[in-house]
Ligand binder design. Structure first.
Ligand SMILES: [Zn+2]
Length: 279
C-alpha cells in the first residue's frame, strides 16, 4: 500500500494518526493526499520534490552543484525522480526534473544526473525497497558535525527525534562516492534509520513515507547540528534529554506523519511565493 494512502476502509473519514490532528470537525488542517491513480501520485511527488529543492535553497543548503534529492516513481519503483545536475536548488521546476534508473541512466528529462550523488542514492533505494525518498547536501553545520564522527546527542526535543534513529558512517569517509561499490558499502547502514551522518561528508536523510518527510528531517538535522556545535563552543556542558524521554519525544513528535506535516507550511509558502515551480 502506498504510504501516503491512509483512508479508513470503513469510510469513516481519515484515521487519526497523530495527537496534532484536530478532533473538532470543520477546522483547516493539512490532510494526507488521496490519489485516484499513479499519475496523480506522480504529480504530487514531483511537485513536492521541486518544493523540497527550493526549501533547501531557502535554508542555504546549496553548495555549487552538490546535493541531490530523490523520490521513487509510484508506478515504476525502480525509477527515481531527482533534481537536474548543475541547476541551482532555487531553479528546479517541474519541467527540469529528471527520472533515472538504478544505474543512473536518464529515462525522462533533458538534464544530466549528478553521478556522485546518484550512485549512493540508487544503492540505498535498491537495497531498501521501503525507502521512498532521500536527501543529501553539503551543508555548513552538518558537515562540521560530521567531521567529529560522533552521534548527535539529544539536547533538545528536536534533536530527540534522531535519538537511536541515526547512525554515523566512517566507511568511505571523505572519499567522493563516484564508484558504484562505494555506494553499496554505505547503503547497508540505512536499515531502520531516518538519518545518516557520513563522517567527513555530511548528512543524509531517508523516508519510508514521502519526500516531504525526508526534506524536513534534513532541514531539522542541519539545525540540530548547528545547535550542538553552538553549545559545545560555549564550553557549557548541556543537560541531555534522558533516553526514556528522548524515545517518548521521538515516537510522538518524530513520526513520519509529523515530518510530512512540518513540511506543509514550507510547501505552502513556496507555492505562494514561487509559482514558477509548476512550470
Ligand atoms: Zn555528497
Amino acid at each position: 500500500m502506498d504510504p501516503l494512502l491512509r483512508i479508513d476502509p470503513a469510510g469513516n473519514g481519515r484515521r487519526r494518526i497523530s495527537i496534532y490532528q484536530p478532533e473538532q470537525q470543520g477546522l483547516i488542517f493539512p490532510e494526507l493526499p488521496d490519489f485516484k491513480n499513479f499519475e496523480e501520485n506522480r504529480q504530487y511527488r514531483k511537485r513536492h520534490l521541486v518544493a523540497a529543492c527550493r526549501a533547501f535553497a531557502m535554508h542555504a543548503l546549496d553548495y555549487g552543484f552538490a546535493g541531490h534529492l530523490t523520490v521513487r516513481d509510484p508506478e515504476f519503483p525502480e525509477l527515481y525522480w531527482t533534481n537536474p545536475m548543475a541547476v541551482h536548488f532555487s531553479k528546479v521546476k517541474m519541467s527540469n526534473l529528471i527520472l533515472a534508473d538504478h544505474l543512473g541512466q536518464v529515462i525522462e528529462g533533458h538534464y544530466a544526473v549528478n553521478r556522485a550523488g546518484f550512485v549512493l542514492h540508487a544503492a540505498v533505494h535498491q537495497e531498501h525497497p521501503d525507502i521512498v525518498a532521500m536527501c543529501h547536501a553539503h551543508t555548513i553545520y552538518g558537515g562540521a558535525w560530521a567531521a567529529t564522527g560522533r552521534l548527535l546527542p539529544p539536547i533538545t526535543q528536536d534533536a530527540a527525534v534522531f535519538f537511536e534513529d541515526h547512525v554515523v558512517i566512517t566507511a568511505e569517509a571523505g572519499a567522493v562516492a563516484v564508484e558504484t561499490n562505494a555506494g553499496h558499502s554505505v547503503a547497508g547502514y540505512f536499515k531502520n534509520v531516518r538519518a545518516v551522518i557520513h563522517q567527513n561528508r555530511g548528512l543524509l536523510t531517508a523516508s519510508r513515507h514521502s519526500i516531504d518527510e525526508a526534506a524536513f528531517w534534513f532541514i531539522a538535522l542541519e539545525r540540530c547540528c548547528q545547535q550542538q556545535l553552538m553549545i559545545e563552543a560555549s564550553g557549557i556542558a548541556p543537560q541531555q534529554v534522558t533516553p526514556e524521554r528522548a524515545r517518548y519525544s521521538r515516537e510522538n513528535v518524530g513520526s513520519s506523519f509529523i515530518g510530512w506535516l512540518h513540511f506543509q507550511p514550507i510547501y505552502d509558502r513556496i507555492v505562494a511565493e514561487q509559482p514558477d515551480l509548476f512550470s
